[in-house]
Design a protein around this ligand. Structure first.
Ligand SMILES: Nc1ncnc2c1ncn2[C@@H]1O[C@H](COP(=O)(O)OP(=O)(O)OP(=O)(O)O)[C@@H](O)[C@H]1O
Length: 604
């Protein structure tokens, strides 16, 4: 096949298709048109400052006038020449903000993609830009009028129609749309532009209203720290919708970030999607950034301004790149510093913080070594040495015993404390996992799960003579409690006020439940259950020989009465342990109670 001479062509762009793409797939709402207009106006002012030293002294103003059908935005910025109009406005993707000549100022611009103005076609059918360049005093004024069908015209206009340098953009509303209503425009201008460094006003039916309020509250000079805090509280309430529990200043020069982190006043789930407000060069980028702070800092909501992080093309979120990761780490470090500062200088405030967020902090600390090490000294756990921090507890007790349930803990806490055994209550949500994580952080710390043997081994045995003297009583007691699968021993321990202690572990209890089920099961199941029966660990009733009642009981001569007394001691220890009663336990309790009553009411 012979080749023909190549002919050169230019892309044809179907503007309607492009506008449809922008409005339905790039931007979350047509409302971004206000941001794009403000952005161009502020960028034009920035560009003019760079080329016109006299202008740098002025206090420029961007004015928006809207009446529902039309919107006009005027800026005293750098303006455009006829050539620039063709090159920049009529070229999709054309942008002066990538101009190498003004490299110094380039990082100051909000725009960069050369598509922003097109966003106006999502609300307008016609866009008119009338402009006069500040770069060339001889240049005339020019008007570019574009329709949403992709056609445009350019005409020169008399200078008296645009006597000063700058630009006016006018939009004609699409029929039936209410995006250009003055209240709407003011609301959107305030939402996006309230922190802009250039004064912006919006005018509808009445006088122009200023929508900019700068510098941001956190950068303003305040007469006293209390006044600053009050101003930040008010700002947080109006913008974020809650009164903050505390405010953390954020300053990350490397990422050009300045702002504040507000501590939530109510508990929140660490998995709740966070929503931080991020401004890029003072223009609101998003109210719902979820990648600005480390996941562990779930208890803050930030408002920041950055001049160096990159926006995505829609300019509605931050580009998740290495620079953002660095910024995130730095913000995390500042929040951690705040925690340490509170801990050393203001423990009451730290306590108030933990009163609200402790559960969330614990939940996340299980998977986040960083948070765990930062918070561990300040988290409180229930232990046999009172409510204390784990590192402190671990210094005093080696090993640390972990009770798996609240009941198990309650059952032994008093006795363990009296014997100097360190037990942590692992029955509360997340606590056991955090205690188990301790040795990973400090290999010197030993954590062991609490077995009944640990406590019974620490109780003092009786001397041989006393032991022999109560042998008959112990035999009677064991015979009586054999029916409920409980062994009886006599020891001496503190506190004296505790007559008996029931030591039982979950394995033993499971075994007994299995045995009960076996009794009730039919032949087939009974056989299967019996075949998996192991050596059943029994619960142990440890009587306290130091307790005066127990001493008297052990001296009762009548074996029947002694048996009833032991049943009562077992019942009391069982009730103290707050375990569910088995049917055999209930029967035993009933019997011992009735027998005791009968005994004390006997008349012979
Ligand atoms: N008010 C204005 N004054 C002067 N020039 C303007 C104005 N508005 C737009 N322009 C020119 O038109 C160009 C295209 O604007 P457009 O908003 O489409 O893109 P951009 O601002 O460059 O980038 P982005 O798509 O990121 O907003 C700009 O680069 C700028 O040169």
């Amino acid at each position: 096949m012979s080749e023909t001479t190549p002919t050169s062509h230019t892309f044809q762009v179907d503007l309607r298709g492009l506008v449809d793409l922008l409005s339905h797939h790039l931007y979350s709402s047509p409302k971004v048109y206000v941001r794009e207009l403000l952005q161009n106006a502020v960028d034009a002012v920035t560009a003019r400052r760079a080329v016109d030293p006299a202008f740098a002294e002025e206090a420029p103003e961007v004015r928006i006038v809207a009446d529902g059908k039309r919107l006009r935005i005027t800026d005293p910025g750098v303006g455009l020449t006829v050539a620039e109009v063709h090159q920049l406005l009529a070229t999709i993707g054309g942008s002066s903000k990538r101009d190498e000549e003004i490299e110094g100022a380039r990082r100051d611009f909000l725009g960069q993609f050369g598509i922003g103005l097109l966003a106006c076609f999502t609300v307008a059918s016609v866009i008119t830009v009338t402009s006069r360049s500040a770069k060339d005093p001889e240049a005339g004024a020019v008007r570019w009028t574009a329709c949403d069908d992709g056609s445009y015209t350019v005409v020169e206009v008399p200078l008296d129609e645009h006597p000063r340098a700058g630009t006016t953009v006018e939009l004609v509303s699409r029929p039936g749309e209410d995006w250009l209503k003055p209240e709407k425009v003011a609301e959107l201008a305030r939402e996006y532009g309230s922190l802009l460094p250039v004064r912006v006003t919006v005018e509808g039916d009445g006088a122009p209203v200023r929508i900019t309020d700068t510098p941001p509250v956190w950068e303003r000079a305040h007469p006293t720290p209390t006044a600053r805090r009050l101003a930040l509280n008010t700002y947080c309430e109006s913008v974020m919708g809650f009164p903050p529990l505390d405010v953390i200043d954020l300053d990350v020069p490397l990422s050009g970030i300045k702002g504040v982190a507000f501590v939530l006043p109510h508990a929140t789930s660490p998995s709740a999607r966070p929503a931080h407000r991020v401004h890029l060069k003072r223009m609101l980028l998003t109210e719902t950034a979820d990648n600005l702070v480390p996941e562990w800092a779930f208890f803050v909501r930030c408002v920041v301004d950055t001049d160096s992080l990159r926006p995505t093309a829609s300019r509605e979120s931050l580009y998740d790149d290495e620079a953002l990761a660095v910024a995130r780490d730095a913000i995390g470090a500042q929040i951690r510093e705040w925690i340490s500062r509170l801990a050393s200088a203001d423990p009451d405030r730290l306590e108030a913080f933990l009163a609200v967020h402790e559960l969330g902090v614990k939940a996340l600390a299980r998977h986040d070594a960083e948070l765990l090490s930062a918070m561990l000294p300040w988290l409180r756990f229930e232990t046999t040495a009172g409510h204390t921090s784990l590192p402190e507890f671990a210094r005093a007790y080696k090993p640390i015993y972990l009770a798996a349930t609240v009941d198990e803990y309650r059952q032994v806490a008093q006795i363990a404390a009296a014997q100097g055994i360190g037990v942590v209550n692992g029955g509360y949500t997340y606590d056991a996992e955090l205690v188990q994580a301790l040795p990973r952080m400090d290999p010197q710390i030993k954590v062991e799960s609490l077995q009944p043997g640990v406590i019974s081994a620490s109780l003092d045995p009786l001397d041989t003579r006393t032991e022999l003297g109560i042998q008959a009583f112990l035999n009677a007691a064991r015979a009586r409690l054999d029916a409920v699968d409980v062994d009886v021993v006599m020891r001496e321990f503190n506190p004296v006020s505790v007559p008996a202690l029931l030591l039982d572990d979950r394995e033993a209890r499971r075994e007994r439940q299995r045995a009960e089920a076996e009794v009730q099961a039919d032949d087939l199941w009974g056989g299967i259950l019996a075949s998996i029966k192991q050596h059943a660990p029994r619960a142990q009733l440890v009587l306290n020989h130091r307790n005066p009642t127990v001493r008297r009981v052990s001296a009762i001569g009548d074996p029947d009465l002694a048996g009833t007394a032991v049943e009562s001691l077992y019942g009391q220890a069982l009730l103290m342990s707050r375990r569910p009663l088995r049917s055999t336990d209930t029967a035993l309790l009933n019997r011992s109670f009735m027998n005791l009553l009968e005994h004390v009411t006997r008349t012979d």
